[in-house]
Design a protein around this ligand. Structure first.
Ligand code: S3P
Length: 172
C-alpha cells in the first residue's frame, strides 16, 4: 500500500510527504521531481518547450510507473489526479490523502516559492488560484479517502494527524 498526497499547489504535499516517509520509514517520491529528471529540465522549461500537454504526458508516464509500486509516500502534482487514468491507477494501491488550505495560505506559500509554477505565472495570483480551485475542488473531493486542512498548522502536526487517521480509512 502507498500513501498518495494530493491537492492544490501550495498545500504542503512535498514537506508533509517527506516527514510522513521519515516517520513511517517508507520511501518518498515526488512526481514533479521525477518529471524534471525524466525531462532533464525544470517545470517552467517543460511548459515552455512542450506545452502543458507535453507536461501532462510526462506526468502520466511517471504516475502510472509509481502507482504500481508498493510502500511509497507519493507527493503528486496539483493536477495529477484530475486525469482519470492517473487517478484510477493511483487508487488501486494507494490511500488517497487530500491536503487543503485556505486561499490566503495558498497565496502566501506560492509567493514564497517564486515563479516556479507556470499555471500561476501572472503578477496577480488571487484570481487564477480562485478559479482553478473552484474548478478542481469537486474532483479533489471525489478522489479523497482522507481530507486534511493544512491552513496555519505545522508540518509536524499535519503528518501526525494523517498517520493517526490513515488506519480509519477503508483500504488496507
Ligand atoms: C501543477 C502543479 C505543480 C506542477 C505543475 C502543474 C498543477 O505541482 O505539477 O506546475 O496543475 O496544479 P505542485 O502542486 O507541487 O506545485
Amino acid at each position: 500500500m502507498n500513501i498518495a498526497l494530493f491537492g492544490f499547489m501550495g498545500v504542503g504535499k512535498t514537506s508533509v510527504g517527506q516527514l510522513i516517509s521519515e516517520l513511517l520509514e517508507m520511501e518518498f517520491v515526488d512526481l514533479d521531481n521525477m518529471i524534471v529528471t525524466v525531462a532533464g529540465m525544470d517545470i517552467p522549461s517543460i511548459f515552455r518547450k512542450m506545452g502543458e500537454s507535453g507536461f501532462r504526458t510526462l506526468e502520466k508516464k511517471v504516475t502510472i510507473e509509481v502507482a504500481d509500486k508498493d510502500g511509497l509516500v507519493i507527493s503528486c502534482g496539483g493536477g495529477t489526479v484530475l486525469d482519470d487514468e492517473n487517478l484510477r491507477s493511483l487508487r488501486k494501491n494507494s490511500k488517497m490523502v487530500l491536503l487543503t488550505a485556505d486561499l490566503e495560505t495558498i497565496l502566501q506559500r506560492v509567493e514564497v516559492d517564486g515563479n516556479t509554477r507556470p499555471l500561476l505565472f501572472s503578477d496577480e495570483k488571487t484570481k487564477p488560484i480562485k478559479q482553478l480551485l473552484e474548478k478542481r475542488m469537486p474532483k479533489y473531493l471525489e478522489a479523497a479517502d482522507l481530507i486534511v486542512d493544512t491552513s496555519g498548522i505545522s508540518v509536524n502536526h499535519i503528518a501526525k494527524e494523517i498517520i493517526k487517521n490513515l488506519d480509519r480509512t477503508e483500504k488496507q
